[in-house]
Design a protein around this ligand. Structure first.
Ligand SMILES: CC(C)(COP(=O)(O)OP(=O)(O)OC[C@H]1O[C@@H](n2cnc3c(N)ncnc32)[C@H](O)[C@@H]1OP(=O)(O)O)[C@@H](O)C(=O)NCCC(=O)NCCS
Length: 223
């Protein structure tokens, strides 16, 4: 069975030594990008997540993470220059970051902080398909923010798997419910999409290109 490996990182728990070790793995332009953030928390998180991505790819290819060659797609998606069949992606909030890796197909991951103040209906009416906005409007008010964030992360994960980013269209349908949904996204391709359980404070989703008939097995890896 094909697999999607997912690493869960809590950047604020990293020690100064761990941040320094992460920075040491980065290419000069990655270090520059990390150092350019105004907030220290972002500088540390950027280095830690990029290093985790390098370690994930290095582990899969049997390479020193510092020697992994990463490229960037036209809209910013990280690509593995040494092996185009290996796919990687990352997402973060202030408190949690996820890195995903798969050979099953292009991969996209998204995590958002769970919050009640999100303007779920306004945003859904503006960006989602009308039927999705109508389904959200029919939910009890207290359930809307959670349902909106689940939909949002599924859409963003799929758009990231497709290498598009949000400009690819948040009206894309991504299925719902537990387990993997087989999604055909017009103009973007065929994907497996699933929620990821990452604890009470966050909502997350994973999308993997549907190149195989069977959905990938999600394997959580300790950093
Ligand atoms: C990709 C995007 C959805 C990320 O949104 P976000 O919620 O701010 O950030 P996340 O934490 O979920 O993900 C960030 C990570 O996604 C990855 N990423 C960046 N662009 C990506 C893309 N187009 N597709 C897939 N993954 C992408 C990177 O690993 C990035 O990490 P980094 O910021 O450390 O480099 C958003 O930035 C976007 O829509 N970008 C597209 C921009 C674009 O179309 N540019 C065209 C220029 S011509």
């Amino acid at each position: 069975m094909s697999e999607a490996l997912v690493w869960r990182l809590v950047p604020e728990r990293a020690t100064d030594e761990e941040v320094a070790a992460a920075r040491a793995l980065l290419a000069p332009e990655e270090r520059e990008k990390a150092d350019a953030f105004a907030r220290e928390v972002d500088r540390r998180r950027s280095a830690l997540v990029r290093a985790a991505l390098r370690r994930a790819v290095g582990g899969a290819l049997g390479l020193d993470p510092a020697r992994v060659r990463l490229a960037t797609g036209p809209r910013g998606k990280p690509l593995v220059a040494d092996d185009p069949g290996l796919h990687v992606n990352a997402s973060h909030t202030d408190a949690l970051a996820l890195v995903a890796l798969s050979r099953a197909g292009p991969v996209g991951v998204d995590v958002e902080r769970r919050r009640g103040d999100v303007e779920a209906l306004d945003l859904a009416r503006r960006y989602f398909a009308p039927a999705e906005a109508a389904r959200l409007a029919a939910l009890p008010a207290g359930e809307r923010a959670g349902a909106f964030l689940r939909l949002w992360t599924r859409k963003e994960a799929l758009l990231k798997a497709a290498g598009q980013g949000l400009g690819g269209g948040l009206d894309v349908a991504t299925g719902d419910g537990p387990g993997w949904a087989a999604v055909d996204a017009p103009g973007l391709g065929a994907f497996w999409v699933s929620d990821l359980e990452v604890g009470a404070g966050h909502v997350a989703a994973l999308a993997v290109g549907r190149e195989a008939c069977a959905a990938p097995l999600v394997v959580w890896v300790s950093p």
